[in-house]
Design a protein around this ligand. Structure first.
Ligand code: PMP
Length: 427
């Protein structure tokens, strides 16, 4: 039998860090990753045959569970007709109709192949449409690996960005201004000084890349107002929140309308997909109807469209998101009471089917609070859960995802595992 360890050792000789995307390597939590052989419903099985209850869900898209028969069968049907055409196909039109119907702020949409492509394209559009060059992002928010986004704040809220990664030119990073999430005064001050130069403000409406941090009451509406007043394009990056925190995404949940929205993996039902869309007057400026260039050989791929459409069909069943939110609450309330019972400082955040756990007693509302939580304790807890057959995201700064395949028994088993893992982690 091939073991996880054997595969990882081979992988490390051949791929940077042994992986094709960094967080999979378990660097943050320590130890070595497992290699998945198969996934079904709420579970992953590794190459050694060990089963895990999965709260990562391929980082979001598996909202109906892994390998859902309706999605798999749609893919099987599509595959019979060919894998890629390089011409328009009917499924792209159905996908555009579905997205524009479910998300009223989107008049027109362009399919791409990843979340990164969606966000890079959206800011190009915002820059092209406004004739301005600066963008505003939030510390702790992730929008893919485009040069403009690999930037974090300096010491002050208004400092010009410094690159987070070698290879990002400072000239590029200089155009990205960063703000603390959930601090409206900082945003007001930034716009008062730089408003006339800001092409776009991009935000994860529920932050999912610094664990899970919901916006404070009125925060998104205040950002909307600032963007409108200063002529900046408001972009909601709904790669994680889209179709998850509500059928209409975070914009429906909070009742705030962005100018552009970016989506990722979830609309591909597990296939490599992304999309950006929004106001018609903006989207019409994209080539070939307008001068702002963006293209993709495999964009609108027929197999990916079939998977995404089948998944979007399933989540439109009335009550789907309410049930998913109730199940998420069962988990986070359960974890809280287990932690309370064990005397471990702990808090949770939750919006719809997205959640976060923090080893910190007070509620977490900011990036500074998220980074102040006890991440060493999280790392021990993570490994304790893994040993007990529960797979949480391998970092204290990632959100968790619930699927409709998780049963009450899975949640009860998770809570039982948490009791043991917490005792062990606390030492
Ligand atoms: N935006 C957000 C909010 C994300 O969480 C991610 C990835 N998790 C991305 C963009 C980038 O998407 P991708 O990894 O598909 O490029």
């Amino acid at each position: 039998m091939t073991t996880n360890q054997e595969l990882f050792h081979r992988a490390q000789q051949l791929m940077p860090g042994g992986v094709n995307s960094p967080v999979r390597a378990f660097k943050s939590v320590g130890g070595e990753p497992f290699f998945t052989a198969r996934a079904d419903g709420a579970y992953l099985w590794d190459v050694e045959g060990r089963r895990y209850i999965d709260y990562v869900g391929s980082w979001g898209p598996m909202i109906v569970g892994h390998n859902h028969p309706a999605v798999r069968e749609a893919v099987e049907r599509a595959v019979k007709d060919g894998l890629s055409f390089g011409t328009p196909c009917a499924a792209e039109v159905t996908m555009a109709e579905t997205i524009t119907r479910l998300i009223p702020s989107i008049d027109m949409v362009r399919m791409v192949n990843s979340g990164t492509e969606a966000t890079m394209s959206a800011i190009r559009l915002a820059r092209g449409a406004t004739g301005r060059s600066k963008i505003v992002k939030f510390e702790g928010c992730y929008h893919g690996h485009g040069d403009s986004f690999l930037v974090k704040a300096g010491s002050g809220a208004l400092t010009f960005g410094v690159p987070t990664s070698p290879g990002v030119p400072t000239a590029n990073a200089d155009l990205t201004l960063t703000l603390p999430f959930n601090d409206i005064e900082a945003a007001q001050a930034l716009f008062a000084e730089h408003g006339a130069d800001v092409a776009a403000l991009i935000i994860e409406p529920v932050a999912g890349n610094m664990n899970c941090i919901p916006p404070r009451d009125g925060y998104l509406a205040a950002l909307r107002e600032l963007c409108t007043r200063h002529g900046a394009v408001l972009i909601f990056d709904e790669v994680m929140t889209g179709f998850r925190v509500a059928l209409g995404g975070a914009q429906a949940h909070y009742g705030v309308t962005p100018d552009l929205t970016t989506f990722g993996k979830i609309i591909g039902g597990g296939m490599p997909v992304g999309a950006y869309g929004g106001r018609r007057d903006l989207m019409e400026q994209i080539a070939p109807s307008g001068p702002i260039y963006q293209a993709g050989t495999l964009s609108g791929n027929p197999v990916a469209m079939a998977a995404g459409l089948a998944m979007l069909e399933l989540i439109q069943v009335p009550g789907f998101h309410q049930q998913l939110a109730a199940r998420t609450r069962l988990l986070t309330d359960g974890l809280q009471s287990v932690a309370d019972g064990e005397g471990v400082p702990f808090s949770t955040n939750r919006v719809g089917a997205m959640f976060g756990v923090f080893f910190r007693a007070e509620k977490v509302e900011t990036y500074a609070q998220a980074t102040a939580a006890d991440s060493a304790l999280f790392n021990r807890f993570f490994h304790g859960m893994l040993e007990r057959g529960v797979y949480l995201a391998p970092s204290a700064f990632e959100a968790g995802f619930m699927s409709s395949a998780h049963s009450d028994q899975d949640i009860a088993d998770t809570l039982e595992a948490a009791r043991g893992a917490l005792r062990q982690a606390r030492g």
